[in-house]
Design a protein around this ligand. Structure first.
Ligand code: 8YV
Length: 322
């Protein structure tokens, strides 16, 4: 029997690519160019497993193309909203992700955004680099105190809880959380308070940090009306997925001073970013860096390898999502 064929859609850290090549003879993507619709279909027809990422739109159209050889989609990333799970199941594909290993890096990124937007770090950096800093003065770029402010966490899974621990432990912030997926009685124990409705959280929080998955139910969860429920002095942080926020409504709310600012790592139409966001000062914008540390990206790759090895050996993978 010939060796299983594995196609990797994007460049991965060297240590991960080395393993993929030596252990699985995987076809790597030296150019790092996304494969696109036709390239993905070709990969699925040629390979037993495709190692994919968030930039691969594995839609019903792609997965329903027919003649697929692939038996598995091994995603490098915890979020899998770019994969149509029903279509994957219908095509007989096992789908895996990489939870846990990126929890800390993503929560660190949410902290980075919260601190940066509240302390006006982006504005300060831009001013200094542009040679516009005229020196210290008592009223210069006064931001919002972070310590002691109330944080509201939407989605209290692994990353949401890691954010809560940082906020509470490091910054003495009261923590409210909202997550309808956690049944009553199964609340994670800790120094935080569950709120029954998103409305309550939005009305009370000084910082709203999003940590829920992108699903049809959470699409545009934060819309114009919900933004109006937030305090005018409050900040929005998003390290989850762009779809969770109505980006046009967010721009309008920021322009009108409905909320004080936003720290964003993810966008509705990546890599496109709403022009209105780019024009706003009280916004910190990162290019989807949530898990982008060397340690984490290697760990994600290795976790994907573990899943790949299992599916190719015909044993249940650790992180099966479909
Ligand atoms: C990943 C992410 O880097 O894991 C996720 O869901 O959003 C990122 O941290 C990206 O998705 C890679 O596929």
């Amino acid at each position: 029997m010939s060796a299983p064929a594995v196609v990797v859609t994007r460049r991965l850290p060297q240590a991960v690519e080395r393993e993929l090549a030596t252990r699985f003879g995987a076809r790597l993507n030296a150019t790092d160019e996304p494969l696109g619709r036709d390239g993905l279909v070709r990969a699925l027809r040629e390979a037993d497993a495709v190692v994919c990422t968030v930039t691969d739109r594995l839609s019903a159209d792609v997965l329903g193309a027919g003649g697929l050889r692939a038996k598995a989609l091994v995603n490098v990333g915890v979020g899998f909203n770019h994969i149509d799970l029903a279509a994957a199941r219908a095509a007989g594909l096992v789908v895996t992700n990489t939870p846990d290993v990126l929890t800390d890096a993503t929560a660190d990124c949410a902290m980075t955004l919260m601190l940066a937007v509240m302390r006006r770090a982006g504005e300060g950096e831009r001013e200094l680099r542009a040679g516009r800093w005229a020196g210290w003065r008592p009223t210069h770029l006064m931001g919002a105190q972070v310590t002691g402010k109330t944080v509201g966490i939407v989605g209290f899974g692994r990353i949401g809880r890691a954010m809560a621990e940082r906020c509470h432990g490091g910054f003495r912030m009261p923590v409210l959380w909202f997550d309808p997926a956690i049944p009553a009685g199964a609340e994670p124990a800790g120094p935080w308070t569950r709120v029954g409705t998103l409305d309550e959280l939005l009305a009370q929080a000084d910082v709203v940090s999003l940590h829920c998955p992108a699903t049809p139910e959470t699409r545009h969860l934060i819309n114009a009306e919900r933004l109006r429920q937030m305090k005018r002095s409050a900040f929005l942080v998003n390290t989850a997925r762009g779809d969770v926020v109505d980006e046009a409504a967010l721009v309008a709310a920021l322009e009108a001073g409905v909320i004080a600012g936003a720290g964003l790592d993810v966008y509705e139409h990546e890599p496109r970013v709403h022009a209105g966001l780019l024009a706003l000062e009280r916004v910190v914008l990162l290019p989807h860096l949530g898990s982008a540390t060397v340690e984490t990206r290697v760990a994600m790759g290795m976790r994907a390898l573990e899943n790949l090895e299992a599916v190719l050996a015909g044993v249940p993978p650790r992180d099966r999502v479909a």
